[in-house]
Design a binder for this molecule. Sequence first.
Ligand SMILES: CC(C)(COP(=O)(O)OP(=O)(O)OC[C@H]1O[C@@H](n2cnc3c(N)ncnc32)[C@H](O)[C@@H]1OP(=O)(O)O)[C@@H](O)C(=O)NCCC(=O)NCCS
Length: 144
Amino acid sequence: MTEETRGRLTTRTLAMPADTNPSGDIFGGWVLSQMDNAASICAGQRAQLRVVTVALDSMSFIRPVKVGDILGVYTEVERVGRTSVSVHVEAWVRRARIGIREKVTEGRFTFVALDDMGDPTPLPPEETLPDYVKENLGVSGAQD
Ligand SMILES: CC(C)(COP(=O)(O)OP(=O)(O)OC[C@H]1O[C@@H](n2cnc3c(N)ncnc32)[C@H](O)[C@@H]1OP(=O)(O)O)[C@@H](O)C(=O)NCCC(=O)NCCS
């Protein structure tokens, strides 16, 4: 059975030679930063506020990323706390822009919503979110 992506496609980018490690593959820190960026978009929309990364768990590097691969990052809200939100994140590549598609990493990123003073602040109830966010989160009843 072919593996399916989980979550919404949040960012796409091209892996460039400047992002390689000494072995010639893409540096893991670059992939992590792409995942953190995408997860923060997802968490920030759920929070409707500035968010900061507080934790990263269950991170797996499954396959290498190569120069010329298109990296797509998929995100899905996994858990909503009082001030924190955890996001399941998967990165997939399209090899050499046009080749096969493979999952390369996955992990869970947790963010905390902060107010203007930089203090943790409660997340809004799901029903008050703008429609475009509800749609991205798959909330039933969401409209265009
Ligand atoms: C985010 C930060 C403000 C939280 O401060 P804090 O004193 O731990 O705040 P609280 O104890 O009120 O916890 C806030 C929320 O974070 C959660 N949290 C705190 N540490 C956590 C951890 N290690 N893992 C998962 N969740 C965590 C708490 O469970 C709580 O969630 P909830 O409100 O949904 O129940 C503080 O840890 C911080 O500034 N960290 C640095 C963030 C940063 O710079 N990120 C970029 C990294 S390079």
